[in-house]
Design a protein around this ligand. Structure first.
Ligand SMILES: [Zn+2]
Length: 578
């Protein structure tokens, strides 16, 4: 019988080729945990299939590495005898091997998917419906990387710097994690790529950067190197390394580690993305989202990143303050790094869990914040030790992001469903409702009045997902998340009669038509009772008017949904060329 350990180690570039020990020394490599599986060439596993075809050169690179010997799992790029991960000779040899770029993509994509699955307490599907997402580590000779829904693939390009040296986007942790997050988010919330208000496309970019950046903090090597220290921290029994207290204040962290690791590959050639670097520079300003240049999705997404990173620095320094100092005002470096790892991991889990509490269409930043606070309160009612929710709420408010006014409770959370007495459960099978979209739809349709779900338009339950998490006391916490969407193609006349949009927005006539979206999530508790109903109603005149005016002003009203392939490609190309 085959018995595999739960995880295996694989070597990756810890952040990207730009992060170097001591600023100019060797690059920072790391050996990371990846779910253990017997890999086919590629590497190809149960969720990721690396296909190393270069469309520019019309050439495929064969994978000749061995990832296992019988049942012993191997890391083909482990340093040889007498070598370490920091040896320049070892690094040069590994970096020149295209198979290493493939392994780097595979490992980071699997780790990113794993973050979502752990936080949500279930398997997460790709939006394409297939099991294996394709990954092309040398897709084309272009300074671009993107997720292509049509190809079910992540495409990573490469380009040449001013000295003619190739720069591979496949070697950047940020870029691989960012693109993988687009693919995962598209699987969870496929309607977030529809034209909507200013926040929705910004949200895709912002969340992809938040996941990319916070997940880097799980690598202790990167945190240590970012603090200007050697990446290999002392092990048990080795002498402690110290760091001065003034090196880990909020100000110092922002200016050393965040800006330091914010330097990204390709910046020298002017083709870098540098999202972290930019978002760290955004100063708190409650009116920032109203500024004209913040209508652009990347700029706007960076405000969401800035608010999250602001919260991260507050949480990390709060945790450091609870550590003991030595007489000369120094901290144990390993303990400081560990607190950063914990703060980043918890904040990232909060952000990911929030997705289950976000409406499936027309998301805005305030709703995401309310979802983050609500999901966290459900799992961790007592937040008094480190005050995560208060810190997140205050940090977001400093960037003008507040829970939807008039829709949330005093803590900024979504209110519990309060019309339970009007619901009928008698005709639904509670057990079937937790896994069957038709049974859930029957419940939803029979209770449409109590749930305020409109009869107009097309309504579909798109997913019913169990979520099993373990609370801080170790007790399993079970919910079912039922996601439904509503769509309608309405003419101006219907906007007037059904949605009471009177007068019609400027530029609209009774014969102008547009696609409208709505929908919600119903969170069932462990007894199958409705706990939350979080929705953007289809028939909501003021909301739909705001969206239509925004689409009109940004020229998106006539255009149908873009080809999914070109949408992300163009978004990212625009950013690379910034
Ligand atoms: Zn992106």
């Amino acid at each position: 019988m085959t018995i595999l350990p739960p995880v295996r180690k694989l070597t990756i570039v810890a952040k990207d080729p730009g992060l170097r020990i001591g600023g100019t020394g060797p690059m920072v490599f790391a050996q990371v945990d990846v779910p253990a599986e017997i890999l086919a060439p590629g590497p190809t596993g149960y969720r990721i299939k690396v296909v190393d075809y270069n469309a520019t050169e019309r050439r495929a690179y064969a994978d000749r590495k061995r990832y296992q010997d019988q049942l012993e799992l191997l890391d083909p790029f482990v340093p040889g005898a007498g070598e370490t991960l920091d040896d320049p000779g070892y690094q040069a040899r590994v970096l020149a091997d295209p198979n290493f770029h493939s392994q780097n993509c595979y490992a980071i994509a699997m780790r990113t998917l794993g973050l979502f699955e752990r936080a949500l307490g279930r398997r997460v599907s790709w939006s394409s419906g297939g099991h294996q997402l394709h990954v092309a580590p040398h897709a084309f000779a272009l300074a671009n990387a993107f997720y292509s829904e049509a190809d079910r693939a992540l495409m990573f390009g490469y380009f040449f710097d001013s000295e003619g040296k190739p720069i591979f986007t496949a070697l950047s942790h940020d870029i691989v994690a960012h693109e993988t997050t687009h693919a995962v988010l598209d699987g969870l919330r496929s309607r977030y790529t529809e034209p909507s208000g200013p926040d929705q496309s910004a949200f895709h970019e912002g969340l992809a950067d938040i996941v990319a950046i916070l997940s880097i903090f799980s690598l202790r090597e990167v945190v240590a190197a970012g603090l200007g220290k050697p990446p290999r921290l002392p092990g048990p029994g080795e002498p402690m390394m110290l760091i001065a207290a003034e090196g880990v204040t909020a100000h110092a962290i922002r200016h050393s580690i965040l800006l330091g690791i914010g330097a990204e590959i390709g910046l020298t050639s002017g083709a870098g993305r540098g999202a972290l670097r930019q978002s760290v520079r955004i100063r708190p300003d409650p009116e920032i989202l109203d500024r004209p240049h913040m209508a652009e999705p990347h700029n706007r997404g960076e405000v969401l990143v800035a608010a999250t990173m602001h919260a991260f620095v507050e949480l990390w320094t709060g945790r450091i303050a609870q550590l003991g100092t030595f007489r000369d005002s120094t901290y144990n470096l390993a303990a400081v790094v560990d607190e950063g790892v914990k703060a980043a991991s918890q904040l990232l889990q909060m952000a990911i869990r929030a997705l289950d509490y976000c409406p499936p269409t027309d998301i805005d930043f305030g709703q995401f914040l309310a979802a983050m606070l609500t999901a966290d309160r459900e799992l961790v009612p007592d937040d008094s030790r480190f005050g995560y929710r208060g810190t997140v709420k205050a940090s977001f408010a400093a960037f003008g992001i507040v829970p939807p006014v008039g829709q949330c409770d005093a803590e900024g959370c979504w209110p519990r469903f309060d019309r339970a007495d009007q619901l009928t459960y008698a005709r639904s099978n509670a057990e079937a409702m937790t896994r069957d979209v038709d049974e859930s739809f029957r419940f939803l349709w029979e209770n449409r009045d109590a749930l305020s779900i409109s009869e107009h338009g097309y309504t579909e339950v798109v997913s019913v997902d169990p979520s099993l998490r373990v609370d801080p006391d170790g007790i399993p916490f079970r919910e079912t998340i039922c996601q439904y969407i509503q769509m309608a193609h309405f003419f101006g006349a219907e906007l007037q009669t059904l949605l009471r949009i009177k007068p019609l927005p400027e530029g609209f006539t009774t014969r102008t038509s547009a696609d409208l979206f709505g929908g919600g999530v119903i969170i069932f508790d462990q007894y199958g009772r409705v706990k939350y109903h979080i929705a953007n109603c289809l028939v909501d005149g003021p909301r739909q008017r705001r969206r239509l005016e925004y689409l009109r002003d940004t020229g998106q009203l006539r255009g149908r949904r873009d080809d999914a392939r070109s949408r992300f490609a163009n978004l990212h190309l625009a950013r690379m060329e910034d």
